[in-house]
Design a binder for this molecule. Structure first.
Ligand SMILES: Nc1nc2c(ncn2[C@@H]2O[C@H](COP(=O)(O)OP(=O)(O)OP(=O)(O)O)[C@@H](O)[C@H]2O)c(=O)[nH]1
Ligand SMILES: [Mg+2]
Length: 411
């Protein structure tokens, strides 16, 4: 797809340019009001930004000499439409003329339309079709520029935070109700406060959850390198050092030679026993070895969990007779779409808890909201660094929403 951006005074100005550069099959994707130029934010000119696109492989624009002609044609059509509208409006305003006796029109011989005339008519018809199609597309498009600037700023902030556009639209729709009661135009601080309240309310069902206290076995699953093993070390240290609980570790990550050693190093430092399982058949033996442990954390190999087969494979390792819980570990540095695909696969297996790592490596936080609201995943912990055991803490919805919204936009 070829996409082009045009900045013009008004839409009709863009149509001939689109038509000549992208061809007759071009579509208008978006239009919005923009302000350009100016000095220190003042005297900025109001312009219209038009984004148009053409599918690659669609008809290319006409030959080199054609664009100018097509542009002139469209200009002419736009002018003709404007002129006819103006005349129609004048006609309505002028008093009707007294009825004149009907006279037969003089019998003027009508010349047969020439080939050249036919060609012009076809061209004009085609241009009219193009304009009609463009106007139809525009009328279907949400007029974002009709929203107050401060709402647009909120929209921009949340898009930049990679919050799903449907969620942002829903938020702004819900805010409109609250904003409508106000007398004056809302300022940024007021808009941010309302958004904050609503988002905290929306997150409430997924906040204040932790790993189930009654769970004796906690499995950690998630894509490669997100920080599962490091997180287990942090939590195991917290539980054994802070709360004096008898912790045991199991790893089933036998894919990488170093993986077992990585967890064993932490087990040795924390002085907690560790078992290695190569297949689900080894699990009963491992549980027997750790039967005196109050809490068992199980590490699993990171795999490409957008692949459902890998998800079902890891699930075969997660059975236990005891009360158990599975925590999906995701890194905030991951791509939103990939995280959603992984979440989708695990939610099918009943996973409800998610733990996010690498908060320290990003300033984009939308995926936490997306996964909570769209997959009903409860964020339980947030890890924010490599240091064991300190760089982890419980998820705090209010602090999270503050980070997501950032400071209110400048007025
Ligand atoms: N910056 C930062 N790095 C982290 C965090 N958590 C883990 N890491 C680092 O991420 C890297 C991978 O961590 P691991 O714990 O080995 O990740 P894993 O999910 O067990 O990886 P696999 O077992 O290979 O799938 C290591 O260098 C960790 O120190 C975090 O919260 N922030
Ligand atoms: Mg690991």
């Amino acid at each position: 797809m070829r996409v082009k951006r045009y900045v013009v005074n008004a839409l009709p100005e863009a149509l001939p340019m689109i038509r000549s550069e992208l061809g007759k099959d071009a579509v208008i994707l978006n239009t919005k009001e923009v302000r350009i130029g100016g000095f220190m934010g003042m005297f900025r000119k109001k312009k219209m930004e038009v984004i148009a696109a053409i599918e690659s492989g669609a008809a290319a624009p006409a030959a080199a000499s054609e664009p100018k002609k097509a542009a002139a044609d469209v200009q002419r059509v736009v002018h003709a439409i404007q002129e006819s509208k103006r005349q129609a409006a004048t006609a309505v305003l002028e008093p009707p003329l007294p009825a004149a006796p009907v006279q037969a029109p003089p019998a003027v011989p009508v010349a047969p339309p020439s080939l050249a005339n036919n060609r012009i008519n076809e061209d004009l018809l085609e241009e009219i079709r193009f304009i009609k199609q463009s106007l139809k597309q525009l009328s279907m498009h949400k007029p974002e520029d009709a929203r107050p600037l401060v709402i647009q700023a909120l929209y921009g902030r949340l898009i930049q935070q990679e919050v799903e556009p449907e969620l942002i639209d829903r938020l702004i729709d819900s805010m409109n109700g609250k904003l409508a009661d106000r007398q004056e135009e809302p300022n940024a601080a007021a808009v941010w406060t309302i958004a904050r309240e609503l988002l905290i309310e929306w997150l409430a069902p997924y906040s204040n959850h932790s790993i189930n206290e009654s769970a004796r076995i906690v499995h950690f699953v998630g894509p490669t390198g997100v920080g599962k093993t490091t997180t287990i070390a942090k939590l195991a240290a917290g539980q054994s050092i802070k709360y004096g609980r008898q912790v045991g570790l199991i790893t089933s990550d036998t894919y990488r030679i170093a993986a077992v050693d990585q967890l064993r190093t932490y087990a040795n430092i924390l002085n907690v026993p560790m078992e290695v399982v190569f297949s689900p058949m080894d699990l009963p033996k491992a549980f027997k070895q750790l039967e005196d442990r109050e809490l068992i954390y199980m590490d699993t190999a990171g795999r490409n969990f957008r692949n459902e087969l890998h998800v079902s494979e890891v699930n075969s390792l997660l059975q236990s007779n005891d009360q158990s819980e599975t925590v999906l570990v995701l890194s905030l540095t991951g791509k939103t779409k990939d995280m959603m695909a992984v979440a989708d696969n695990f939610v099918k297996y009943g996973v409800r808890k998610v733990l996010f790592t690498k908060l320290d490596e990003t300033s984009v936080y939308g995926s936490i909201l997306n996964l909570a609201l769209q997959y009903e995943l409860q964020p339980v912990f947030i890890a924010s660094g490599q240091t064991v055991p300190d760089d982890i803490g419980p998820f705090d919805a209010e602090r999270y929403i503050d980070a997501l919204l950032g400071a209110p936009a400048d007025e």
